[in-house]
Design a protein around this ligand. Structure first.
Ligand SMILES: Cc1ncc(C[n+]2csc(CCOP(=O)(O)OP(=O)(O)O)c2C)c(N)n1
Ligand SMILES: [Mg+2]
Length: 427
């Protein structure tokens, strides 16, 4: 010990978080606190955040145990809207399933599913205006699908084939879709947060009416970008919605490593004086209502909102991950907030606007739709089949005008390729 005079003090120690369940353990989520549906207050969208700070510690929930919509957050959507939302959620799941399988078949190098999280992006796309700008992470494919992006375009990007508008320059699933207000996905976690704030500030300073929304995972809240984004947003009351998708895991790190043992992720909002909501992320109606509330707040210059979506990542992190190595296989089925698609389906059935036959028919239809799109996309090529972008496009699209040193490198590359005797397939 360095200082004998202090030897009567206990030795310092660190707390190292440990997940509750590891492979082989029986899962019991009884200690996950789930407030009753309808119990959270719905403040006015112009209220000072200090007046409703309790909302970061509870959960906005609309669908109750009998699959009824209850309480002040019920968005009272028409059955038609609910059915369309359900279909988009089912389409996301079918798309994920098919593309996951395509990766296993060697048709692409990489894929990321959003299984169990379909009630986050899809209802949010419904609650936002079509021209509001989204700065997503890699698990919000639901935004693109709900905004009507052709599945073939998404698949071409996943296959990095000759139909890929990004010319194979982005990792599969890192879409960029200006047409659908979907900012280029970056693999560098949370860079989209300050970008969204900057975009929102620009929108306000131009006197525009469009707002921004951004998403990151709970693990990503540990990034410095998360905190600087919140600081800028609160100072200038930027018209932006911050979404933290708490799916309990960040690859193999459980949420405790991002601070979940100490408080909620929604509570991050309090330190910044930002409105904070914690939402049942598997309840499509609650997610819709919270997003609509936050959008109205942003659009009326009342300030940003941080929404924690409490959900569960039912699959591995990506096709490169094997969750059986670090978590109990019982977790996804034991998750107390259920399956988001099943919950919306059960609600529609409970209000006599849906039935099992129609649901089964819908599932068949979305599966066929995905299958047909896949057939179309594969005409443009799959991994390793030569139908990729021409080699001379490799340097395109980075600078508006290619600098001299890149032109030199491009010329050198093409010359070496011509001499190699293995000419690049330009079909
Ligand atoms: C700056 C940075 N650090 C680390 C990584 C590696 N990485 C990619 S995804 C990921 C986990 C992110 O987890 P979370 O934020 O909870 O999002 P989720 O995948 O659960 O949706 C990590 C650590 C990265 N891509 N960028
Ligand atoms: Mg996560």
């Amino acid at each position: 010990m360095a200082d004998a005079a202090r030897s009567n003090l206990p030795p310092l120690a660190l707390h190292v978080p440990e997940p509750k369940f590891r492979p082989g353990d029986t899962v019991d989520f009884a200690d996950v606190e789930i407030p009753a549906a309808g119990s959270a207050r719905r403040p006015d969208t112009t209220e000072d955040p200090r007046g409703f700070s309790e909302l970061v510690y509870t959960m906005v929930r609309v669908l109750d145990e009998d699959n009824r919509a209850v309480g002040p957050w019920d968005p009272k959507l028409s059955p038609d809207t609910l059915r369309r939302m359900l279909r988009h959620m089912a389409l996301v799941r079918a798309f994920d399933e098919r593309m996951f399988r395509a990766q296993r078949q060697g048709k692409t190098s990489f894929y990321m599913k959003s299984l169990g999280e379909e009630a986050v992006a899809v209802p949010q796309a419904y609650a936002l205006d079509a021209d509001d700008m989204c700065f997503p992470s890699y698990r919000q494919q639901g935004l693109l699908i709900a905004r009507g992006c052709p599945l073939v375009d998404m698949m071409n990007q996943i296959y990095s084939n000759r139909g890929d508008k990004l010319q194979g320059k982005q990792l599969p699933i890192m879409y960029s879709e200006k047409r659908f207000g979907f900012f280029s996905i970056s693999g560098n976690l949370t860079t989209q947060y300050p970008q969204a704030v900057g975009w929102a500030m620009a929108s306000a300073s131009k006197g525009d009416t469009r707002i921004a929304a951004t998403w990151c995972g709970e693990g990503s809240t540990a990034e410095g970008d998360f905190h600087s984004a919140l600081t800028f947003a609160t100072v200038y009351r930027a018209p932006v919605i911050f979404n933290v998708v708490n799916n309990q895991w960040a690859i193999s790190s459980f949420s405790g490593f991002a601070g979940a043992e100490a408080t909620t992720f929604a509570a991050r909002a309090i330190g910044y004086g930002i409105a904070g909501l914690r939402v049942d992320g598997n309840d499509a109606l609650a997610v819709y209502a919270a997003t609509q509330w936050a959008a109205e707040r942003a659009r009326t210059n009342a300030g940003p909102t941080l929404i924690e979506h409490f959900t569960y990542r039912a699959e591995g992190h990506s096709t490169s991950d094997d969750p059986t190595q670090y978590r109990s296989a019982g977790e996804p089925t034991a998750w107390p907030l259920g399956d988001p698609i099943r919950r919306l389906k059960d609600h529609l059935i409970a209000i006599c606007e849906w039935d099992e036959e129609r649901h089964a028919a819908m599932d068949r239809e979305v599966a066929d739709e995905v299958k047909a799109a896949q057939k179309e996309a594969e005409k443009n090529g799959i991994l390793g089949h030569g139908l990729h972008q021409p080699l001379d496009t490799l340097f395109d699209g980075v600078f508006e005008e290619m600098p001299w040193h890149l032109r030199e490198q491009q010329a050198q590359m093409l010359a070496e390729e011509a001499e190699s005797g293995r000419p690049w397939d330009r079909k």
